[in-house]
Design a protein around this ligand. Sequence first.
Ligand SMILES: Cc1cc2nc3c(=O)[nH]c(=O)nc-3n(C[C@H](O)[C@H](O)[C@H](O)COP(=O)(O)OP(=O)(O)OC[C@H]3O[C@@H](n4cnc5c(N)ncnc54)[C@H](O)[C@@H]3O)c2cc1C
Length: 396
Amino acid sequence: MTTEEWNNWSGSLRFTPERIETPQTEEEVCELVRQTADAGGTLRVVGQGHSSSPLVQTDDVLLSLEEMTGVESVDADRHQAWVRPGTNIEQLGEELLDEEMAVHNQGDINVQQIAGAIGTGTHGTGDTLGNLSTMLLGVRMVTADGRIIERNIEDDPDFIHAARVSLGTLGIFVGLRIQAEPAYKLHRQEWCTGVEECLDHLDDLIEQNRNFDFYWYPRSDEVKIRTLNPPGETPELGYAELQKENIDWAPRNLSRQRMLKFDEMEYSLPASDGPQAFRRVRDKMLAEHRRDVGWRTLYRTVAADDAWLSTSYKRPTVTISLHHNASLPFWKFFNDIEPVFHSHDGRPHWGKKHNLRADRLATLYPKFDDFRRLRRQLDPDGVFLSDYMAELLGER
Ligand SMILES: Cc1cc2nc3c(=O)[nH]c(=O)nc-3n(C[C@H](O)[C@H](O)[C@H](O)COP(=O)(O)OP(=O)(O)OC[C@H]3O[C@@H](n4cnc5c(N)ncnc54)[C@H](O)[C@@H]3O)c2cc1C
């Protein structure tokens, strides 16, 4: 147990919890939850601390499962595995490769814990690829009364659809059963071109590449296109200059390291609104923010899914992310662009900066009330509800 200031990856979120606990066993997690509940306290579980919204902020108990890592067991025939919650995506990738398996996609980085990445619906890019929470088939979870329950999609699909993106408010994942795939390689290519050339070919780029996204640079008004495809299925882009390429196992090629600290606002929009929304963001940035913001804007696609609080719930999705130095006044820039996202019924990334709360979120998520009902059943006394989470979900 320690007491110290905690900060997230970018440093924009800082707080001092009453104590930080790092249990090593599921029984210790149960005991900590029971103690907290008996004392009338609250407990938030943290993953790798890469969210910059205050999901894990608490003045009471902060629980880290960083000691509970690794693949527990595999079902080689079905390409499934039970995984401990603190396993980070990189470690997961290597352990699954040992079993000749791999996950279907990853985000831009691979340092998040699997429980944290699933818990916020972290996604990569690819219009046929769901976010990482779609891998979740079953959970072992410590509930607010300190018991362990297990639920699987075959027996209780609603529970799993609620649990997939549950932001640590239904219970604490201590085991996650995930669907993977046979191990596969990807040919990664990075291209440079003009923004209009990219937008002119956008539909083809999305349809013809397994993973496609682009970064737009406001200062040069140019874009970097990234494509990943099975070796031998690479695209010909006559209008773009190939700058880099390599082939490797998918888990080693989907993500990259990020050294420069930034903060980020990202919204998920209906896929059909993507190009128009991007043009509006670009126009506004060129007109008003180009002097102050050199950071690139990222455009990605995500398949629709069934997780109640997934930003892609029942909606083929385009995501647009704004970035700015963590040490610079990013709110001014984010607050100015955010209304563009709102006008397209954008759903904010749960783990990034945004200003939405329950009243608006309830209109964006058809299953918001069902989620709240289940949360109240599982945690009637709000053991997992901090002030921010109560406000976010409209729970008191
Ligand atoms: C540099 C950088 C790059 C990023 N790239 C992407 C990207 O490409 N795509 C994308 O979608 N997002 C991206 N993100 C956002 C990031 O993936 C999410 O914020 C993710 O949730 C962080 O995982 P974490 O392990 O740090 O979890 P945390 O931020 O620590 O926690 C996230 C949530 O998960 C919950 N949680 C953690 N552990 C458990 C558990 N055991 N049981 C139940 N709930 C739990 C927490 O309570 C919290 O609500 C990026 C963030 C950064 C800083």
